[in-house]
Design a protein around this ligand. Structure first.
Ligand code: SF4
Length: 698
C-alpha cells in the first residue's frame, strides 16, 4: 500500500487491478474512457463521453475518480438520474472496487450516498414539533385508512432504522404519508437550532458523505448544491454526471415553480396557526379566486397575461406578503423556540407562494409585475433557485422585458408559464419554468469545478453539439469523446424502417400498424418490447393484439413496471408494451428481448408547453427551433429506445420503427445518425425471415 500520495499508481494500472478484481475482461473503450477521464481531471477540462452499453463506463470513471480523491483529499461527486443506477454503484460497483483497489492506495476508498433532505426521516417533525400538513384528502375514509396504515409502518420502521432513508421502507409509502415525517431543506430548522439536530439522519448522512472519497447523489441535489448559496454536498472539485442525457430535464424540474389552490391553502393552514385570522383569511380568499379562475381557464401555454390572471396573481402575492409580515422577524425564533418549527414551515410555504406568483408576473415583463409589496427588498429570497434564476437571466442577457413586437418579446422572454389540467384530486396548476437552463448550468455547475458528463447517448446526429448547447457549454470549454461500443451492431442488429406504412396520424394507431406489429411478433415468437409514443397507443395495440395473437401480452399499468419487466424477462414468449419509462428503464439481456418495436418518432407533443415555447424561442433568436428542440428530443429517446435491444455480447435482434419518416423526412439523417450502426433495411419480408431464424436459433 503506497503511503504517499505521490506514489499512486497510474489510472491504467488501477483499472487493470479493478477489472481483474471484479473478474472482468479489459475492454478497449473502457481503457480509453478511463484515460480520458483521468486526463480531464488532471487538466481541469470538462469532458463529455459517449460510452455504449457494455463499455463498463462506471469503472472507467470511478477508478480515476477514486485516484483523484486519494491524491487530493477531496471527495469526487458522482451524480445519476435514477435510483437504479445509484443502487448499482453503492451496493455493487463501489464495494467491489474498494476491495480491488485497497492494497494500491493509501487507504481503503470510502463511499457514501447522499440524497435531498426530504428523503430522510426528520426526528424533529416526528416528535410533533412541526405541522402535519393534513388536507382535505384525508377526509376520504379510504384514504384515511390507507394513509393511516402507511403512517403506522413508518412509525414502526422509525424505531429501528439506522439511516432514516425512505428507500429502506419496503414496500414503499406514499408521498402523502411520508410528508408527515419529513421536511424540505428550506423547512429544516438547521442542525444548530433544532432540538434533534445532534441525531438528525440527514445531518448524519452529510457527515458520512464528508468523510467519503466518492459521494453518490442525484441530478436534483447536484443542481441545488450548485445553485444555492449554501453547500449541500461536501467540498469537491470534480463531478461525474452519469446518465447525463437527463441532466437538463432534471435541472428544469428543480427550478420549475408551481401555484395552485393546494399550494395556497397549505400556506394558509401553516400561517393560520400563528397570525391574526383576518390576514390569513385574505390569502384564503385570494386562493379561492385563483381556484375559480384556473377551473375555467384552458390548459396549455400562457403567452400573454390575461388581465384577470394578472390581478389574481398580484392578489395572491400581496396576501402572501401580508402573512409573511404578520409572522414577524424571521430571527425571532430564539425568543420563541417552541414555535420555531411551525414558523419555519409557514415562512417556507408563504415564500413559495409569494415568489412563484411574482415570478409568473415577471415572466410577462415588468408591466405585469405591478408594484406593491412584492418588490420589497426585505424578502428573504437570497439563495433560492429563484435568485439563481434571476442572476442567470441577467447574466445571459435574458432579462424579462417587453419588446415592441411579438418577436422581440419572444427574444427577451426568459421563462414560460403554463396551466396544467387538474387530475383526480390534483387541482389545475400553474407552472413556470426557464426557457433554458444552459446559462445557469454554465455559471453554477461548470463554473468552478471539472465536470465529466457521460451516457450511452450523448452524440446526437453524430455530434455532441445539441447537448453541449443545452448544457450552456461553448466551443473550447469542453472536449467530446465517443468510445463506441463493444457490441458488433451491424452484425448483431437490424434497423428496419417500415417505409410501406402510412405516416402516423393524430387519430390513434392506424390499422396497418396493428397488422405490421402482429406479423413481426409472430415472426419473433413473442420476445417483443413495444415502445409507444403515448399510453393511448400502447393500450390500443395491446387490446387489438390480445385478440389476434397467442403469446402473452403485458401492458404498462397492468402491474408495477418492475414486476412487468421481471415477467417479460422470465418468459421469452411474453411481449411487453408501454411508454416513456420503458424507453429508458428496461435492461433485459438474452433471447427474451429480440425485437424492439417503436410506433412513431417520439417528438414532443405539439401542445407540450415547455418544448413548444423553447422551440419558438430558438426560432425567434435565429436558430432552427425544430432541430434544436423537437428533433433533439426525438433523437435522444430513439437512441435510448433502440439501445434496449443489445444488452450483452451474445444478444441479437431487430429494432423495427413503423414510422416511415425515419427514412424519408428531411431530418431523418440526423435521427439515423443518432442510432447505433445497425444493418438497415426497409424490406418487411427480410426482417420477418431474420426474426424467424433468430427464434429458431434461440
Ligand atoms: S435538523 Fe432539520 S431535518 Fe434534522 S431533525 Fe432537525 S428539522 Fe429535522
Amino acid at each position: 500500500m503506497p503511503k504517499d500520495r505521490s506514489e499512486l499508481p497510474p489510472v491504467e494500472e488501477l483499472l487493470t487491478a479493478a477489472v481483474t478484481g471484479l473478474g472482468g475482461v479489459e475492454r478497449p473503450g473502457q481503457v480509453k474512457m478511463a484515460q480520458a477521464v483521468g486526463d480531464a481531471i488532471e487538466s481541469e477540462e470538462h469532458l463529455a463521453v459517449q460510452a455504449g452499453t457494455g463499455t463498463g463506463k462506471s469503472l472507467a470513471y470511478l477508478v480515476p475518480a477514486i485516484r483523484h480523491a486519494a491524491e487530493s483529499g477531496d471527495a469526487v461527486v458522482v451524480s445519476t438520474a435514477t435510483i437504479a443506477l445509484q443502487r448499482q454503484l453503492v451496493d455493487r460497483d463501489l464495494p467491489r472496487l474498494a476491495d480491488a483497489l485497497e492494497s494500491l492506495l493509501p487507504h481503503r476508498p470510502e463511499f457514501a450516498i447522499l440524497k435531498g433532505r426530504r428523503n430522510y426521516l426528520c426526528r424533529h417533525k416526528m416528535a410533533a414539533g412541526m405541522p402535519e400538513d393534513e388536507d382535505d384528502q384525508l377526509f376520504d375514509p379510504r384514504e384515511v385508512s390507507a394513509t393511516g396504515r402507511m403512517v403506522q409502518r413508518i412509525q414502526d420502521w422509525a424505531n429501528e432504522t439506522e439511516t432514516g432513508d425512505r428507500d429502506e421502507i419496503v414496500p414503499g409509502v406514499s408521498d402523502q404519508a411520508w410528508r408527515q415525517f419529513s421536511v424540505t431543506a428550506r423547512e429544516c430548522l438547521g442542525a444548530q437550532r433544532c432540538p434533534s439536530g445532534a441525531d438528525c439522519f440527514a445531518e448524519l448522512a452529510r457527515e458520512r458523505a464528508g468523510e467519503a472519497d466518492v459521494v453518490v447523489t442525484n441530478h436534483a441535489l447536484l443542481a441545488i448544491d450548485a445553485m444555492e448559496d449554501f453547500a449541500v454536498l461536501p467540498e469537491h472539485d470534480v463531478v461525474v454526471v452519469d446518465e447525463a442525457h437527463e441532466l437538463v430535464d432534471r435541472v428544469t424540474s428543480v427550478v420549475t415553480g408551481e401555484l395552485s389552490e393546494s399550494t395556497v391553502s397549505l400556506a394558509v393552514r401553516r400561517a393560520g396557526r400563528l397570525i391574526e385570522q383576518g390576514v390569513a383569511d385574505r390569502l384564503q380568499e385570494a386562493g379561492e379566486d385563483l381556484r375559480a379562475l384556473l377551473a375555467v381557464a384552458p390548459p396549455g401555454r400562457v403567452d400573454t397575461l390575461p388581465q384577470s390572471l394578472g390581478m389574481t396573481l398580484a392578489l395572491v402575492r400581496d396576501a402572501a406578503f401580508a402573512c409573511i409580515t404578520a409572522l414577524g422577524p424571521r430571527n425571532k425564533d430564539k425568543d420563541d423556540p417552541e414555535n420555531a418549527g411551525l414558523r419555519k414551515a409557514a415562512f417556507t410555504a408563504l415564500d413559495e407562494v409569494h415568489d412563484t406568483a411574482q415570478r409568473m408576473l415577471d415572466a410577462f415583463g415588468p408591466a405585469a409585475g405591478g408594484d406593491g409589496a412584492g418588490d420589497d427588498e426585505d424578502m428573504d429570497s437570497a439563495g433560492s433557485p429563484d435568485s439563481a434564476r434571476s442572476r442567470d437571466s441577467a447574466s445571459s442577457g435574458g432579462a424579462n422585458g417587453g419588446g415592441t413586437d411579438a418577436r422581440s418579446e419572444e427574444v427577451h422572454r426568459a421563462e414560460v408559464v403554463w396551466l396544467e389540467e387538474g387530475r383526480g384530486r390534483v387541482p389545475p396548476t400553474l407552472r413556470v419554468a426557464p426557457l433554458s437552463v444552459g446559462g445557469m448550468l454554465r455559471d453554477k455547475l461548470f463554473g468552478d469545478r471539472t465536470v465529466v458528463l457521460t451516457s450511452a447517448t450523448l452524440a446526437l446526429g453524430g455530434t455532441f453539439d445539441s447537448l453541449s448547447r443545452q448544457w450552456g457549454l461553448r466551443t473550447g470549454e469542453w472536449t467530446g469523446l465517443d468510445v463506441g461500443s463493444p457490441f458488433d451492431h451491424p452484425r448483431r442488429g437490424i434497423l428496419y424502417v417500415a417505409t410501406h406504412l402510412p405516416q402516423p396520424g393524430r387519430d390513434g394507431l392506424p390499422e396497418a400498424y396493428v397488422d405490421e406489429i402482429a406479423e413481426l411478433i409472430e415472426a419473433a415468437g413473442g420476445r417483443t418490447l413495444g415502445l409507444f409514443s403515448s399510453m393511448r397507443a400502447a393500450k390500443a395495440a395491446t387490446e387489438a393484439l390480445r385478440e389476434r395473437l397467442d403469446v402473452p401480452l403485458l401492458c404498462q399499468g397492468d402491474d408495477s413496471t418492475s414486476q412487468l419487466v421481471k415477467q417479460f424477462a422470465g418468459d421469452p414468449a411474453t411481449c411487453l408494451f408501454g411508454t416513456l419509462s420503458l424507453w429508458q428503464g428496461v435492461d433485459v439481456p438474452g433471447p427474451s428481448l429480440t425485437l424492439v418495436i417503436i410506433d412513431r418518432i417520439p417528438f414532443p407533443r405539439p401542445d407540450d408547453p415547455l418544448a413548444s415555447a423553447r422551440q419558438r424561442h430558438v426560432a425567434a433568436t435565429g436558430g432552427n427551433g425544430f432541430m434544436a428542440v423537437a428533433a433533439t428530443h426525438a433523437a435522444l429517446l430513439l437512441a435510448q429506445g433502440a439501445g434496449r435491444l443489445l444488452r450483452s455480447m451474445d444478444d441479437r435482434g431487430v429494432v423495427a420503427v413503423l414510422d416511415p419518416r425515419l427514412a424519408t423526412a428531411r431530418y431523418s439523417g440526423f435521427l439515423l445518425n443518432s442510432l447505433p450502426p445497425f444493418w438497415r433495411t426497409t424490406d418487411p419480408a427480410k426482417v420477418r425471415e431474420a426474426l424467424r431464424r433468430l427464434t429458431a436459433d434461440a
